[in-house]
Design a protein around this ligand. Structure first.
Ligand code: PLP
Length: 423
């Protein structure tokens, strides 16, 4: 534990950091921090708790789904430290063990015959690789994705993503993509053709505001892909590794994709890592030529050591089951807000610890987030849906902290409700 910094010194430091954000990182970001009052410096995090530079504690229900294990899970930190003491990055000429250990674990925990894993460093890279593999395997050029879907912001993944705000300045994007409404099987059926290499979607759309499809949707998308000879690529970057109360969200509907993308929680909240896992026959083009797709830092020993510890912690600490139980409890309690504040709360929904509060007005989102911050709880907006706040507590959160967070949410929604007509 480090000492917290005295108030005056902390204010000066925060001012300096935000000023330098404006000068050297991103001026728009600096303005946003000031405007929203997000000016306390993140300083030291542990489990479900984030501490600012003055030692003030916040319950972290944000983090875009990265902190399923909380911050600095002791097993993950220990594994990374141990690996760091031996070798950090691999030379890449000789084989190394951590990458194999993690790939074997992923073959064990992913559903069906998913087996071969390519490692990279982020979610968007996992999607890029999956899109390339689908083309290499099928020899086809087209893709189908869904409105509201979020797959990352590099060119391929952006081409699959569903919000014009982030796409339009970068036209022309990759050719061959068509997009259909999420959850609409007839539209999917009409869009998948004999030239479709892959259908890419999230089993539950995260950035679109935790949109859960009808129960027959994913199984029927699987059927459409099989009938047309297209691959099903599931983006489990946000939903994977326990977040929704199953190890992978596709298991809610017993659907096995041909390629599955992961990232976020795979690094155990400690290391950045991305990956995609494919069925052996689908991975064949990359097996035939192992240099067809590559990444200098992908599969590095530190990230893989973190990944192994993260998967073992999920299994041995029963974090998937805990996410399911805590999620049921939280959603049940938050659901009451729909009846209590019908003018303000449009819907509460979720699976496991991926929970959405959808408001009737966009203005409610920023106000709720800053009101929650005053009550020392962190929650986040959604990239592709301006009326949704996402609540994503770690599975390691204690019952007491979760209750405190839920109480703060209820109080904050009441504050928003008082001014909803003016928003
Ligand atoms: N796919 C999904 C479902 C995501 O939620 C995200 C990030 O939020 C990404 C892809 C992109 O991941 P990254 O930001 O690591 O590139």
């Amino acid at each position: 534990m480090t000492e917290s910094v005295p108030a005056e010194e902390a204010d000066r430091l925060a001012e300096e950091v935000i000023k330098d954000y404006g000068r050297y990182v991103n001026d728009g970001m600096a303005r946003l921090y000031r405007f929203m009052g997000f000016t306390a410096l993140e300083w030291e995090n542990n489990g479900a708790v984030l501490k600012d530079v003055q030692g003030k504690e916040y319950i972290d229900c944000g983090g875009y789904g990265v902190f399923f294990h909380g911050h600095r899970h002791p097993r993950v930190v220990a594994a990374v430290k141990e690996q760091l003491d031996r070798f950090a990055l691999s030379n890449r000429l000789l084989p190394q063990k951590p990458v194999v250990d993690l790939a074997r674990l992923l073959a064990e925990i992913t559903p069906g015959s998913l087996q071969y894993t390519f490692f990279c460093n982020s979610g968007t890279e996992a999607v890029e690789g999956a899109l390339k593999l689908a083309r290499a395997y099928t020899g086809r050029k087209g893709y189908v994705s869904t409105h509201g879907g979020f797959h990352g912001k590099s060119y391929g993944s952006l081409s699959a993503s569903g919000r014009e705000l982030y796409r339009e300045p970068f036209y022309p994007l990759l050719a061959g993509f068509s997009r259909v409404p999420f959850g609409d099987i007839a539209a999917m059926e009409g869009a998948v053709t004999d030239d479709t290499a892959g259908v890419i979607l999230e089993p539950i759309q995260g950035e679109a505001g935790v949109r859960i499809p009808p129960d027959d949707y994913l199984p029927r998308v699987r059927e459409v892909c099989d009938r047309r000879g297209a691959l099903l690529i599931l983006d489990e970057i946000q939903t994977g590794l326990g977040r929704t109360g199953k190890m992978f969200a596709c298991e809610h509907w017993n659907v096995v994709p041909d390629i599955m993308c992961m990232a976020k929680a795979l690094g155990g909240g400690v290391m950045p890592i991305g990956a995609f896992t494919a069925k052996p026959e689908v991975f064949e083009p990359f097996n035939t030529n192992p240099f067809l797709h590559s990444s200098t830092f992908g599969g590095n020993p530190l990230a893989c050591a973190a990944g192994c510890a993260a998967v073992k912690a999920i299994r041995e600490e029963h974090l998937v089951e805990r996410a399911a139980a805590l999620g049921d409890r939280a959603i049940f309690k938050l659901k009451r807000l729909e009846q209590e504040y019908p003018e303000t709360v449009a819907a509460v929904r979720g699976k496991g610890l991926l929970i959405a509060l959808e408001f009737t007005k966009e203005g409610a989102v920023g106000l709720l987030i800053s009101t929650l911050l005053e009550r020392q709880v962190i929650a986040l907006h959604s990239m592709n849906q301006n009326r949704v706040v996402r609540i994503t507590p770690p599975a390691v959160i204690t019952d007491e902290l979760l209750e405190r967070a839920l109480t703060a949410i209820r109080e904050s929604v009441a504050v928003v409700n008082d001014v909803i007509d003016d928003l």
